[in-house]
Design a protein around this ligand. Sequence first.
Ligand code: HEM
Length: 125
Amino acid sequence: MSKSGHVNEPKKFTPKDPPKLNPPKEDPITMEELAKCDGTHSSHLTYVAIMGTVFDVSGNTAYSPNNPYHVFAGKDASRALAQSSLKPADCRPDWEDLPEKEKGVLKDWFTFFSKRYNIVGKVQK
Ligand code: HEM
């Protein structure tokens, strides 16, 4: 994998062995509940939300504490994903004002997550 490869073209990251996923859930999930699902509470699963859709990433240690993508855990990280940023300040839900190119990257990440992780609910507005 080249250094910049997946950041520009996340859609190429289709799983080799696609997991069997459950039907997507629409359960409302509050921001407080989402925040608890950041991998630091043994009583909670690990979630990442994209454009308000909540994915269960518990099975991937990349999102565990001390690992590279832990910064996304327990958050709607849409903006950071769109901008290929790992800064905590960018892990925010607002993305509508971004340029089309970044919106495209965000949609690609949504597709990437949809192929790998169960959708467990929607962030409550
Ligand atoms: C030098 C920079 C980077 C390198 C070398 C790198 C490398 C990787 C690798 C090897 C994977 C695993 C691919 C796979 O499972 O098929 C991955 C996944 C991922 N990367 Fe990066 N990455 C970099 C920067 C970033 C940045 C800046 C972001 C910010 C959006 C990012 C977000 C992600 C995400 C969300 C995943 C998916 C993890 C998953 O759920 O499987 N990466 N990266």
